[in-house]
Design a protein around this ligand. Structure first.
Ligand code: XMP
Length: 315
């Protein structure tokens, strides 16, 4: 989308939001990701003072992310943080099937929104940062359902809102970033990697436990820290906690511990992509740091699958 089209898109969305919402209040689930951030940017520009942002801390965020999000947004919008970790983890207990996890996280999100909205009183609209790729991949355009994305497939049929505002629904990620820059949102938020709505629930393969989440968070922080140092960074990179255990040796003792996988992809639209040809010394450093610094990891492997056939996320 060129600059002029982007201006027109923005004007149109602002006009539509004003028409749909009128003087009512809007509630947005703010995750701190690019989509919800830009969504918050457009809506607060269209109807300043009418946007409540709820940040649901589901306990499935990356390392320190909850606090970072709170510190960035708490003075920009009407920001509410809900600490709902126990609730999400108890519903996810014993669940290992990816679609079931996605649906549970999606449903629980909506429930938390509704509960918070009730507490707020008269909030009539729900805003979502759903983008075009979410819609296509969830099968809403008639294509095969690949994965039910949090924003689309996880929603229950009936919502207690008068309407839904989705100002990014016809944009891909690069268009959303361009729009974010136009809205003068800070670069570090706009250039952030995408992070799925179900969070680390779909990066812990199989059953989720707090211990596995903790291991993954530390491993993932190392992966991102090392790849962030590169001048040419892949489009998305993260760690996956596999459900494979392998034998290793630590302090001259045999250990039998989980395998961490590193995923790094180069893509323009997140619909197709190639695995990133990361330099071997970077891969080596990541592996060495994870096995040295994170307790409970026996082995690190690099995922060399492109999309298709492999999706970016493992689940
Ligand atoms: P896949 O795994 O489908 O991922 O190749 C494509 C892009 O979408 C992100 N992703 C999600 N984003 N809710 C989201 O908002 C989700 O449920 C979800 N699942 C995957 C993924 O991180 C990648 O950027």
């Amino acid at each position: 989308m060129n600059n002029q089209n982007l201006d027109e898109y923005l004007d149109l969305q602002i006009k539509q939001i004003r028409e749909i919402v009128g003087n009512e209040q809007v509630l947005l689930g703010l995750s701190g990701g690019v989509d919800s951030t830009v969504c918050a940017g457009i809506i607060s520009k269209a109807i300043p003072g009418q946007l409540y942002c709820i940040f649901v801390d589901h306990g499935l965020m990356r390392l320190n992310e909850g606090d970072q999000i709170e510190s960035v947004f708490s003075d920009k919008v009407k920001f509410i943080r809900v600490n709902a970790k126990d609730r999400f983890l108890s519903r996810l207990k014993g669940v290992s099937e990816p679609e079931a996890k996605r649906k549970i996280v999606g449903e629980e999100f909506v429930r938390v929104f509704e509960e918070e909205a009730k507490k707020l009183g008269d909030v009539k609209f729900l805003a979502q940062g759903t983008n075009y790729a979410d819609i296509v991949e969830s099968g809403a355009t008639g294509k095969d359902n690949i994965k039910s994305h949090h924003n689309v497939g996880g929603l229950p049929e009936k919502l207690n809102f008068d309407g839904i505002v989705e100002p990014l629904a016809s944009l891909y990620k690069d268009g959303i970033r361009a729009l974010g820059r136009k809205l003068e949102l800070p670069d570090f938020l706009i250039d952030r990697q995408p992070f799925p709505g179900p969070g680390l629930a779909i990066r812990v393969i199989g059953e989720i436990t707090e211990e596995k989440l903790d291991i993954l968070r530390f491993a993932d922080a190392i992966v991102r820290e090392e790849i962030d140092k590169l001048e040419q960074r892949p489009s998305q990179y993260f760690a996956v906690m596999t459900d494979t255990y392998s034998v290793g040796v630590r302090d001259e003792k045999r250990v039998y511990e989980p395998v961490i996988a590193v995923r790094a992809m180069v893509t323009n639209d997140f619909m197709t992509g190639e695995y990133a040809a990361l330099p071997h010394d970077v891969l080596g450093r990541i592996s060495e740091r994870i096995t040295d610094e994170v307790d409970g990891v026996s082995r690190v492997v690099y995922d060399i699958t492109s999309k298709p056939p492999g999706t970016l996320e493992w689940e």
